[in-house]
Design a protein around this ligand. Structure first.
Ligand code: KG4
Ligand code: ZN
Length: 339
């Protein structure tokens, strides 16, 4: 297919990562991420502090992305930003910066849905899936099974009715006295533990939807009971507890994904979002490919957690289709453009 030459600067500022990327003719030239460390001491993202940190980080991050890509700002053909979903104060920083640059350089503005961008991260590098495919999109705020029919036509066929799986990881980590963000730490500790050590009960959900509140309560009561008998139970058994929690959460995800394969007949499956960085989930997906003969797509780690590279990829698709925004464009914390 003919594609229009284009160099795009993309900005991601939906939560606590300030990121900028440059994509030229569909090829990623840079993807810079500044992770805000300030939230660690509060045990979670503090929205007010996040937007302030974005303000401080945005200029150096954009300059670093241009420098790494060896691109001058006058070479840009468009600027893209994350419109939502996310924290309003954080989104406003990226939006205002992108609008100013669009105005100053007289280049088009492109607005991107963060969740669609997580899915489209699969088109940054080979091997790329073909449409249609199923994408398990798992992050701190979302748990969805998405039927991806095209770059813009995506249908959520399964979703969580309560917590997101990333939240389940982070809240479990908190119960284990691990610092925020707990997901990556649970993953690390789980690698040295026995996943068969403990079992947790979970809420049974019909269809393709998920529920993580039951297992969260089950973990809480399990830990309460054990520490009442043995106060240092957590410290003594941390890797086994993490491995067991991780195993249970991954099973809940993959069970529904397999069900979605059976229901739709689609045999290309992908994972996206922060939790797709989880080593257990990545390994389980590879096993599924062998056990069930499915074609599995797993993004490179740098494109799993929040990054502007995925925003740039989504913006490339929009540019090629002539989909631009006017300068009245504004962030939408609850944006949901899935059909
Ligand atoms: O996509 P993301 O970076 O931000 C949102 O859009 O929410 O996802 C962040 C979530 C957090 O809950 C974090 O704990 C989780 O992804 N996460 C992980 C891992 N890396 C990030 N969870 C489990 N294992 C990991 N390795
Ligand atoms: Zn995300």
């Amino acid at each position: 297919m003919y594609s229009i030459p284009c160099t795009i600067l993309a900005i991601e500022s939906s939560c606590d990562d300030t990121s900028a990327a440059i994509i030229k003719d569909g090829k990623m030239l840079s993807n810079i991420v500044a992770t805000q460390e300030i939230h660690r001491k509060y045990g979670g993202v503090v929205p007010e502090l996040a937007s302030r940190a974005h303000q401080q980080n945005i200029v150096p991050v954009v300059l670093a992305a241009l420098e790494k890509a060896n691109i001058g700002k006058n070479d840009l053909n468009a600027v893209a930003y994350t419109q939502g979903p996310g924290l309003l104060g954080s989104l406003l920083v990226g939006c205002s910066f992108a609008k100013s640059l669009s105005l100053a350089l007289s280049i088009p503005l492109i607005a991107i849905d963060h969740m669609q961008a997580h899915v489209l991260a699969h088109f940054i590098e080979d091997p790329k899936p073909e449409f249609p495919f199923l994408c398990l999109t798992v992050s701190g705020g979302h748990t969805q099974i998405v039927l991806v029919e095209s770059a813009f036509k995506m249908q959520v066929i399964g979703r969580t009715i309560d917590d997101a799986v990333g939240e389940a990881f982070d809240k479990s980590a908190k119960m284990l006295n691990l610092p925020y963000p707990g997901g990556p730490l649970v993953d690390k500790l789980a690698q040295e533990g026995n996943y068969k050590a403990y079992k947790f009960s979970k809420t049974h959900m019909e269809g393709l939807n998920f529920s993580f509140s039951g297992i969260k309560t089950s973990i809480l009561y399990f830990l309460k009971e054990k520490t009442a008998i043995e106060p240092n139970f957590i410290e003594k058994n941390l890797p086994d507890i993490c491995a067991s929690i991780q195993y249970a959460l991954i099973n809940m995800l993959t069970e529904k994904l397999i069900k979605a394969v059976e229901q739709t007949g689609i045999r290309q499956i992908a994972i996206a979002g922060g939790v797709s960085a989880n080593s257990g989930l990545r390994a389980r997906m590879k096993d599924l490919s062998e056990e069930k003969g499915l074609e599995v797509f797993i993004p490179k780690l740098e494109y799993c957690t929040d990054n502007a590279g995925m925003i740039a990829m989504a913006a490339h698709f929009k540019f090629q289709n002539g989909i631009f925004e006017d300068l009245n464009s504004s962030p939408n914390p609850r944006l949901n453009t899935f059909c």
